[in-house]
Design a protein around this ligand. Structure first.
Ligand code: SAM
Length: 276
């Protein structure tokens, strides 16, 4: 009978975020496949665990996945771990998971640490719809054309970035996306955890550099969500009619017919206004 592939998230800074389930799963598997055997062995020894680790990283994942899948098909249970956070999230693991699924192997992801979710929920930026992009291209031209594609997306945007590129990336964000509200969430779960919130221009002006690891959270395109006052007068009319006893739907229909205002836009504004 075939074994199981467990996907194990690892701490992004705080060792105590390793759950009892993660520990018991590592104890039970036959071996650990990982991005970097030195880093994973070190983590295992800090946790008081000892297990054979084999390497499966971005440069050998294709060939190694084949071997790991064969071992699982022969009944071995395997845990896959990347260096930090979830495997497959800006980290290797996806090829292994895909091959496991093609071979009808059971894949069991465990819950645990991940940098962008901590960054997002602590940022204060709307988390109802978001797009996690991962790393932008290091080259300015490519980075900016990636940002151009994201410019009109009506979701919060989330990026990973390295400290030596953060200021260049913030400048590209300012130049392409405009002066949006952002949050740089750095050193998450560590002693110097910090959330730097504000508009991107003032963050660039006030900080020359950032140290440590960081996630950038960017508010969605404000142009797409605000009516810049254009519909304000019509909102008032909708409110007058609902106060006079009309249902919201009838009030919106009446105002859009009487004043030739787009019904869907008006509806969206009524809803947005209620949230505010
Ligand atoms: N697999 C990881 C995850 O699930 O979050 C991401 C790995 S990716 C190679 C590394 C990037 O994640 C860093 O460059 C940084 O953008 C982000 N990151 C990792 N740890 C972090 C931390 N403690 N605080 C802020 N960002 C972090």
């Amino acid at each position: 009978m075939s074994g199981i592939l467990y996907l194990i998230p690892t701490p992004i800074g705080n060792l105590s975020e390793v759950s009892p389930r993660i520990i018991s799963t590592i104890k039970e598997v036959d071996f650990v496949a990982c991005e970097d055997t030195r880093n994973t062995s070190k983590l295992l020894s800090l946790l008081g665990l000892s297990k054979t680790c084999i390497s499966c990283h971005e440069h050998n994942e294709f060939g190694e996945s084949e071997k790991i899948v064969n071992q699982i098909l022969n009944g071995k249970n395997v845990a896959y771990m990347s260096d930090a956070g979830y495997p497959c999230i800006s980290d290797p693991g996806s090829i292994l998971v895909k091959k496991a699924i093609e071979n009808r192997i059971k894949v069991v992801p465990l819950s645990g640490p991940n940098a962008f979710l901590n960054g997002l929920v602590g940022s204060g930026i709307d988390s109802s719809h978001f797009l996690f992009y991962g790393f932008l291209d290091p080259k300015e031209g490519k980075r900016k054309s990636e940002l151009e594609k994201l410019k009109n997306i009506e979701f919060t945007l989330i990026f990973y970035e390295a400290p030596h590129r953060i200021m260049d990336t913030l400048k590209s964000i300012y130049e392409v996306l405009g002066n949006r509200q952002i949050c740089v969430a750095r050193e998450l779960t560590k002693v110097y955890e910090e959330f730097i919130r504000g508009d991107v221009k003032s963050i660039i002006e006030n900080y020359g550099s950032f140290k440590g690891e960081m996630v950038i959270i960017v508010e969605k395109n404000p142009e797409n969500t605000k009516n810049n006052g254009v519909l304000d007068g019509f909102l008032e009319k909708v409110n007058d009619l609902t106060s006079a006893g009309l249902s919201q739907k009838d009030a919106i229909n009446a105002v859009s017919t009487l004043f030739n205002v787009n019904k869907n836009k008006l509806y969206k504004e009524v809803i947005n206004n209620k949230k505010d």
